[in-house]
Design a protein around this ligand. Structure first.
Ligand SMILES: [Zn+2]
Length: 400
């Protein structure tokens, strides 16, 4: 049965939504999130499994736990929770449990929703969208509430932060949190949730999609609707005291070169829903940015496999956004080497060892020993390395 999402906001939905905004673990399968709705919220107790397919749908479906025939009789608190999950851009199946005024939400184990980093196929800089829902549906910015999309893959500049600055190619963006419902900063921001993901993207060089909304005070803001402005890299981030006197996180974003210039909306332009562009003749820009996306996936896997520990020297770095390591390609990517972006061709290294390896100060023998160090590369049992790539790297040294 399909239960319609809440149309009206406020009440339980507002309480649940603001609690969910503070949680970064909802998309993963880490433990349940508990939200106290207050003493007056008695009523239906039980656990319902719901499936949220798309924010574009009219409602969510009940998988199990409720067998009523009349959707209007569906428990209001669970309905509010399902609507809030949709509002922050999550999809999939969730257990929603209500007991004595406390809502517990847990994602049902399974494949998490894939988050797209970098370019979205078929979407180009300058494309316009009538509203947040349309941007969500086009995968430009998942979620219709948050300024920072899942895992920091995208941001929207719109109303919200008086500290934001938009100079087109360079943006100073304010992190999230600490605001009341009138967008006044009333508390310090913390390096968590979206703020922490943006810091991670800075550390790992992951690009961020930037869109602009109609309430942004900038010559690059659209008059109506939203406009996608291209890929930016995070150049720097720091904490600062905002104009309201509270600590905020600020991010300096620089537009990645080799894209068309920042779109300037025409006066009185009325954005229409864009037609899918397809990708029949991918240009150089597409190739470059999609390579970043691919290497991100392999890079994540290799770092996870070694828990961010350097395979050469055993160093494990911790920075504020989490552990930090680099993905090193044994046979380099790109011309003239054209090494593949696969697990057999990558190492998890600390930045020092990465530089030393790239500059051939350290090399690998066939038995994976490191002659310059008198040690051996640490290799996980499941990590198969390609001897051809190792020889390519080593022999290039001997030839030079
Ligand atoms: Zn190292």
């Amino acid at each position: 049965m399909i239960i319609p999402f809440n149309i009206e906001s406020g009440g339980f939905r507002e309480t649940i939504l603001s609690a969910l905004k503070e949680h970064e673990s909802l998309a993963s399968n880490s433990g349940p999130i508990s939200i106290d709705l207050g003493a007056e919220a008695s009523g239906y107790s039980g656990k319902v499994r719901v499936a949220i397919q798309s924010a574009a749908d009219e409602g969510f479906s009940v998988v199990s736990g409720w067998s009523g025939k009349d959707p209007t009789r569906f428990p209001a608190r669970i309905r509010a929770a399902a609507t809030s999950i949709k509002d922050i851009g999550h999809e999939g199946e969730y257990f929603i449990h209500h007991d004595d005024g406390v809502i517990k939400i847990q994602k049902v184990s399974g494949k998490p929703n894939p988050v797209i980093f970098g370019e979205v196929p078929g979407v180009k800089s300058g494309d316009t969208f009538p509203d947040r829902q349309a941007m969500h549906d086009a995968n430009v910015h998942r979620g219709i509430v948050q300024g920072i999309a899942a895992e920091g893959s995208a941001i929207v500049l719109n109303e919200g932060y008086v500290d934001d600055e938009d100079n087109g190619d360079i943006i100073i963006y304010t992190g999230q949190g600490g605001q009341d419902s009138k967008n006044v900063q009333v508390a310090d921001q913390e390096l968590r949730a979206g703020n922490k993901f943006l810091a991670r993207n800075y550390a790992e060089g992951i690009p961020v999609r930037v869109s602009r909304g109609p309430k942004l005070k900038s010559p690059y803001a659209p008059k109506k609707g939203y406009q996608y402005g291209g890929l930016y890299r995070i150049d720097h981030y720091w904490s600062d005291i905002g104009v309201h006197g509270f600590a905020i996180y600020r991010y300096r974003l620089i537009r990645i070169a080799s894209q068309e210039s920042v779109p300037v909306p025409a006066a009185g332009d009325s954005p229409a829903r864009p037609l899918p562009q397809g990708n029949q003749t991918p240009d150089r820009v597409t190739t470059t940015t999609q390579r970043v996306v691919r290497s991100t996936r392999i890079g994540k896997a290799i770092k996870k496999l070694y828990d961010y520990t350097c395979q050469v020297c055993g160093t494990r770095l911790e920075i504020h956004s989490g552990a930090y390591a680099e993905c090193c390609h044994i046979k380099p990517l790109g011309k003239p080497h054209n090494g593949p972006d696969v697990m057999e061709n990558v190492l998890c290294l600390c930045p020092n060892c990465h530089v030393l390896f790239d500059h051939h100060v350290i090399t690998l023998e066939d038995d994976l020993s490191i002659p310059q160090r008198g040690t051996k590369l640490n290799v996980a049992a499941t990590h198969k390395l390609d001897l051809g790539h190792i020889r390519y790297h080593r022999d290039r040294v001997q030839a030079s």
